[in-house]
Design a protein around this ligand. Structure first.
Ligand SMILES: Nc1ncnc2c1ncn2[C@@H]1O[C@H](COP(=O)(O)OP(=O)(O)O)[C@@H](O)[C@H]1O
Ligand SMILES: [Mg+2]
Length: 461
């Protein structure tokens, strides 16, 4: 097997953060930014106005540059669509959708658009230049204290209350798409995956295509269902967890595993290291990340909930509450601790390789044979059909996910854990929906697949 670009073999239980937005389903933007150099644009003059200077940042869809507005003598930011995506009609359509939504959504918390156009076939957007740093860079060196995180997230909810009222769903909220300005203000960027309930949008986004960034995707997004405003609330909940801890609530071995966790696992309790107020923020987090979108608060309700938590963080109120908590025999919190999953965050010895795995030949027999060899070499036991397999690996089930799963379930009734090799992330979501606990892209390295099998077996035992 060859390695898919952008994937690196990882040890079990290493957090995988797909670095950028993936609009799953072919064609999709590459997750990698390093190996796709954008053309040198310094000095380029756009629309006789904007002189391009240095690059400011890159995402899954575009490259953003600082530019000088010649006539106004003011600096702006210009985002060009990534050259590798120019061929894709749907990505182009989304780029123009972002332009139109930004033009309509004028709000202090939304980056303002100034102009847009096409330069030699490459669409671009000129925006106000923001001075500050993205939340992603901010938490890379230090997590936020509760007051800062709550204030920031409240600003995001203000934006959401505004855009949701206009039937606009952002669909890609994550720390890389929020900036904290040096003035302290917070701005939501990147409406490149925005969803509007219009016929036009249904055309750009066929219903079964899974879109988003797996680490922040709400369960309904993982299922490929039409996004709802509550999907943004869930993603903001995941961001809140990450702002406070500098880590994602779910550690996963890949996008399929990540989606399965959003679907089936609760966000773990916030660690006590978050500091005073952790319990009340945790209660808020539980509401924001309800599996059922109907049970999540709206953006406006979330704002009131944050205000309540903030009021509780007031030092006097907090001291009083802590005293009350202590008086309650200390039983509280034990249950929460019991719910905390066996965490790989505390160093533990790696258990011996679990036994009882079947690698099922589906698709390319040579791939299956080679993977079986790798599993055996890794000390993972292989058994025959009907011998009580604990887990199944289905190799290359592209286009046949549900069928293959049904046949395999019949042949291996005891196997509860299923890992599939699929063609793209839409198939990955279909696999998870059909009961698989993880899926990997065909082309993923053997070492990576073996490590995921190991991790799945360990979770099951
Ligand atoms: N208006 C802006 N001013 C300054 N930097 C920006 C601006 N817009 C985007 N950036 C930087 O560029 C990065 C990518 O922008 P984004 O709109 O998220 O692109 P993509 O759609 O490719 O994900 C952001 O994380 C941020 O660092
Ligand atoms: Mg982005």
């Amino acid at each position: 097997m060859t390695r898919t670009r952008g994937e690196t073999p990882s040890q079990p239980d290493v957090t995988v953060r797909p670095p950028e937005t993936l609009a799953f389903g072919a064609p999709r933007p590459s997750a990698s930014t390093d190996d796709e150099l954008e053309p040198v644009r310094r000095g380029l003059v756009l629309a006789d106005k904007f002189v391009i200077e240095a690059m400011l940042g890159q995402g899954g869809m575009g490259a953003v540059y600082r530019a000088n507005h010649r006539q106004l003598g003011a600096m702006v930011a210009v985002k060009f669509m990534r050259s590798s995506l120019l061929e894709s009609k749907s990505v182009r359509a989304r780029f123009w959708r972002e332009v139109q939504v930004l033009a309509r959504c004028r709000h202090p918390g939304v980056v303002s658009i100034l102009d847009a156009g096409e330069h030699q076939g490459t669409p671009w957007i000129a925006m106000e230049l923001l001075h500050g740093e993205s939340w992603a860079s901010r938490i890379a060196y230090l997590s936020m204290v509760p007051s800062e995180a709550l204030e920031g997230v409240a600003e995001v909810f203000k934006v959401l209350a505004y855009v949701h009222k206009q039937n606009v769903i952002h669909r890609d909220l994550k720390p890389g798409n929020v900036m904290r300005l040096t003035s302290g203000a917070v701005k939501v960027l990147d409406f490149g995956l925005v969803y509007e309930e219009t016929e036009e949008d249904l055309r750009i986004t066929s219903p079964s295509v899974v879109i988003g960034t797996p680490a922040y995707m709400a369960p309904e997004q993982c299922l490929g269902r039409a996004p709802v405003p509550a999907s943004d609330i869930y993603s903001t909940g995941i961001m809140l967890y990450e702002l406070l801890t500098s880590r994602l609530p779910f550690e996963a071995n890949g996008p399929g595993d990540m989606m399965s966790r959003h679907l089936y696992e609760m966000v773990p309790p916030l660690p006590e290291s978050v500091g005073p107020g952790a319990a009340s923020i945790d209660a808020l987090l539980r509401q924001l990340t309800e599996k059922d979108p109907l049970r999540r608060p709206t953006a406006t309700e979330a704002l009131s909930l944050i205000e309540e938590v903030q009021a509780g963080l007031d030092p006097v109120a907090l001291a009083r509450r802590n005293a009350l908590e202590r008086a309650r025999v200390g039983g509280l919190g034990r249950e929460e601790r019991a719910l905390r999953p066996e965490s790989s965050r505390s160093p533990t010895l790696r258990p011996a390789a679990p036994k009882g795995l079947v690698a099922v030949d589906v698709g390319d027999p040579a791939l299956a044979r080679s993977l079986r060899g790798a599993l055996a070499t890794a000390g993972i036991g292989l058994v025959m059909p009907g011998e009580g397999a604990a887990a199944l690996v289905l190799v290359d089930v592209s286009g046949l996910v549900e069928d293959r799963l049904a046949t395999a379930a019949h042949a291996h009734p005891a196997a509860g854990v299923v890992l599939l090799g699929v063609a793209d992330l839409t198939e990955m979501a279909a696999a998870v929906r059909a009961g698989a606990r993880d899926a990997f892209l065909v082309g993923t390295s053997e070492a990576e697949v073996v490590s995921r099998v190991r991790s799945l077996l360990r979770r099951r035992s």
